[in-house]
Design a protein around this ligand. Structure first.
Ligand SMILES: Cc1cc2nc3c(=O)[nH]c(=O)nc-3n(C[C@H](O)[C@H](O)[C@H](O)COP(=O)(O)OP(=O)(O)OC[C@H]3O[C@@H](n4cnc5c(N)ncnc54)[C@H](O)[C@@H]3O)c2cc1C
Length: 440
């Protein structure tokens, strides 16, 4: 199969300094930061740039209330976000309007106090605020509850624009993106990476960055390694334009939303996820049982057409079985319309100015969860040359720029400028896995 690169129609090269598998935000950002420093980069994408999670996210960019291992990364990342529109020469709808979590009750407010104190140790400007302060920030709200957690420096951007902006700028700097062209193998000598086999030919490279999102475990399985990654389905919708509610990213009373510059809302039921039951859900189950139990009220298990399709895909003559790294190239992921209706009804109750609002578009995405809620970032000792940038656990849109930059540093400087020890792949083999403590 012959294929030309996206944006600039170049042929597939035979050699590269680094090959990136997956053109979500992690892969596109890594390509940009590598190309910016002169590296020859090829990005393989089995379907479309940002066709999976990175184009389906809500668009919240949050440093506050993170796992402490992630906080220093997100502090550095917020600085990158602030300069990104100028750097990429693109409108990505970046706004730094702050982030508000409303507390459900006094117990949650007390937990927020602990989180805020921890954030401040790292230099993240987070504080607990009173109901009166909540209402001064977001005046249309009818019920401010017992108060909330406020981060004035947090931001938001448009997921449908960001990865493509990274990819276009990376292309200007010499990177080559191949859409509809997946990675199907990695050649090795004495265990180390020597080449990546794509659907359109082999590219010699000693470095491969695996940023394949919810499919990363399939690639790792092909290399004889087990990545305890699981999938959950998040649903989101976009409404028609409503009167201004401000630039705040809001979570509370079971919904989350942000208002885009054109007045439309990205709206979802907060923290509610669906787990479509397939045989793969039983893989790595032991890692997930504690967090599944803890999050049982926010999780729904479903036997549905995804279950049926999964069984079909297991037949030995099916392409999904024949070519496991590609598997379901561009999976159909239906939104949960009940969650959409709940969120629409709830926003009308909370903000009377939005009564009558409608969801004009709804979608869902499969997020890649790790059992400890933090990603896997960095080299894999078993396969020299393989670097992981995956398992972003539902909050990797905001982290994309810093993950991309750190990946470029590992490739070009031999080590990252921030400590990635907590994110090492080997933590699972060592059994040193923390509690799932993250918000998505
Ligand atoms: C509905 C929803 C809302 C979200 N909201 C937020 C939010 O507000 N804030 C936030 O920070 N995060 C959010 N997230 C999470 C965030 O979107 C993800 O963490 C992030 O986009 C992951 O980026 P990625 O590049 O790792 O993966 P992806 O964007 O999934 O990209 C992986 C890519 O790899 C490709 N691929 C797979 N296998 C191969 C192969 N063999 N060869 C070539 N290519 C391959 C896939 O086709 C895909 O394009 C949300 C996610 C969803 C679904």
């Amino acid at each position: 199969m012959s294929i030309l690169s996206t944006f600039n129609q170049q042929a597939m090269p035979v050699q590269a300094d680094a090959v990136i598998v997956g053109a979500g935000i992690q892969g596109c950002a890594a390509a940009y930061y590598l190309a910016k420093r002169g590296a020859k980069v090829v990005v393989l994408e089995k379907a479309r740039i940002a066709g999976q999670q990175s184009g389906r996210a809500w668009g919240f960019v949050r440093a506050m209330d993170r796992d402490p291992a992630e906080t220093p990364l997100m502090l550095a990342c917020l600085k990158l976000w602030q300069g990104l529109e100028a750097e990429l020469g693109a409108d990505i709808e970046w706004r730094q309007g702050g982030n508000l979590f409303l507390a459900a009750d006094e117990a949650e407010l007390a937990r927020f106090e602990i989180g805020a104190a921890r954030d401040r140790v790292f230099g993240v400007d987070t504080k607990v605020i009173t109901p009166k302060e909540v209402l001064s920030l977001i005046p249309g709200l009818v019920d401010a509850g017992p108060g909330g957690l406020w981060g004035p420096k947090e931001g938001q951007a448009e997921p449908r624009k960001v990865s493509a902006a990274f990819a276009r700028k990376a292309t200007e700097l010499g990177a080559l993106f191949f859409e509809g062209c997946g990675a199907v193998g990695i050649d090795r000598q004495a265990g180390a990476v020597t080449a990546v086999v794509s659907e359109a030919g082999t590219i010699r490279s000693k470095v491969v960055i695996l940023a394949a999102g919810a499919s990363s475990f399939r690639v790792m399985r092909g290399l004889g390694l087990s990545l305890p990654q699981q999938l959950a389905r998040f649903t989101c919708s976009r409404t028609n334009a409503v009167p201004p509610l401000g630039n705040i990213a809001f979570y509370g009373h079971h919904i989350g939303f942000r208002q885009r510059p054109d007045g439309t809302l990205n709206l979802a039921e907060e923290l509610q996820v669906d787990v479509d039951l397939t045989l793969d859900r039983f893989r790595a189950l032991q890692w997930f049982l504690p967090s599944l139990w803890e999050n049982r009220h926010a999780t729904s298990f479903r036997i549905n057409d995804v279950t049926a399709r999964d069984l079909l895909h297991r037949l030995p003559w099916r392409p999904e079985t024949q070519q496991p790294w590609i598997h379901d190239r561009d999976p159909l992921i239906p939104p949960n319309m009940k969650r959409v209706r709940n969120a629409v009804a709830q926003i009308g109750k909370l903000f009377p100015s939005t009564i009558g609002v409608q969801a004009v578009e709804s979608w869902a995405g499969n997020v890649d969860l790790m059992p400890d809620g933090i990603p896997v970032l960095g080299p894999v000792a078993e396969v020299p040359g393989l670097i992981l940038a995956t398992g972003l656990t539902g909050h990797g849109f905001g982290m994309g720029p810093i993950v991309g930059r750190l990946m470029s540093e590992i490739v070009l400087d031999g080590e990252p400028s921030l400590d990635l020890h907590a994110f090492r792949f080997s933590r699972y083999a060592e059994g040193k896995v923390g509690r799932f403590s993250t918000r998505y």
